[in-house]
Each structure stands twice: as C-alpha cells, then as structure tokens.
Design a protein around this ligand. Structure first.
Ligand code: 2BA
Length: 110
C-alpha cells in the first residue's frame, strides 16, 4: 500500500475531496500552513493500494488545475544596522498540488 500526501490550496480542497470520495478513495484532511507564505493550505492523506495511486493523482490534478504566478508582498528586513520592516513584491507560483507518495508498511483498522 501507499500513502499519498497532497498539499492543495484551501480553494480546491472541497472539489478534490469530493472527486476522491466519488472515485471510492478514503481521505483525511489536515489543516496545514505553508512555511513560505505562512498561509493556510490543506494536506490530504489517502492510503490506497499501489495500483490505485495513479488514479488518485489524476483526480487531484483534474481538480487543482494549473499553477499560476501571483505577486505577493513578502516581509523584507534591510541589511543595515537600522532594522527597517518593510515589504518587497515577489512573484511566486501557486495552485496545482504538491503530491508525495510514500510506502505504507502497515495498515490496520480495528
Ligand atoms: P508555501 O511554503 O507557503 O509555499 C507557497 C509557494 O511559494 C510555493 O508553491 C512556491 O511556489 C513558493 N515558494 C516556496 N518556497 C519558496 C522559496 N524559498 N523561494 C521562492 N518561492 C518559494 P508550491 O511549490 O506549490 O507549494 C505549496 C505548498 O506546498 C507550500 O506552501 C508548502 O506548504 C507545501 N510544500 C511545497 N513543497 C514542499 C516540500 N518539498 N516539502 C513540504 N511541503 C512542501
């Protein structure tokens, strides 16, 4: 068995979960926070048989769409001895999903 972690934007989480459930996957959603943007995202955990991993990933990709570039204002601390707190516009890619697949050594329900 495999455990799939899919980190998705909060905007996409309902559609992705519905699509996975519709395709008979069991899903657990964790409320998570990205380290870079420090914004909420959702991590879905899906334990499934090896041969169903690709189907799960296809369902995730279909609902999450493509990555797009957005401009965000990131905190910036100047290099001078005088600490000045300001922000700097920066382009980052968001959307899509970050997917990790790991071997699941044991899976039990009792
Ligand atoms: P965040 O860490 O908040 O990152 C949000 C987006 O900011 C990233 O989108 C990426 O486009 C950009 N970004 C992140 N670190 C950057 C850096 N040092 N310099 C420039 N741009 C940077 P995604 O790559 O789609 O990642 C979305 C979320 O997925 C991340 O949110 C994080 O929560 C998670 N993630 C991505 N890669 C990961 C990894 N290798 N391990 C664990 N979590 C990961």
């Amino acid at each position: 068995m495999k455990l799939i972690y899919a980190i998705v934007r909060n905007d996409n989480e309902d559609d992705v979960m519905d699509a996975l459930m519709h395709a008979n996957f069991q899903v657990t959603k964790l409320a998570t926070t990205g380290g870079f943007l420090k914004k909420g995202n959702s991590t879905l955990m899906i334990a499934t048989d090896d041969e169903r991993v690709d189907a799960a990933i296809e369902a995730i990709k279909k609902e999450c769409g493509k990555r797009q570039k957005i401009t965000v204002n990131m905190p910036y601390v100047s290099g001078t001895s005088m600490v000045s707190y300001t922000t700097m516009p920066m382009q980052v890619e968001v959307g899509g999903a970050t997917i990790m697949v790991v071997n699941l050594e044991r899976f039990e329900k009792y």
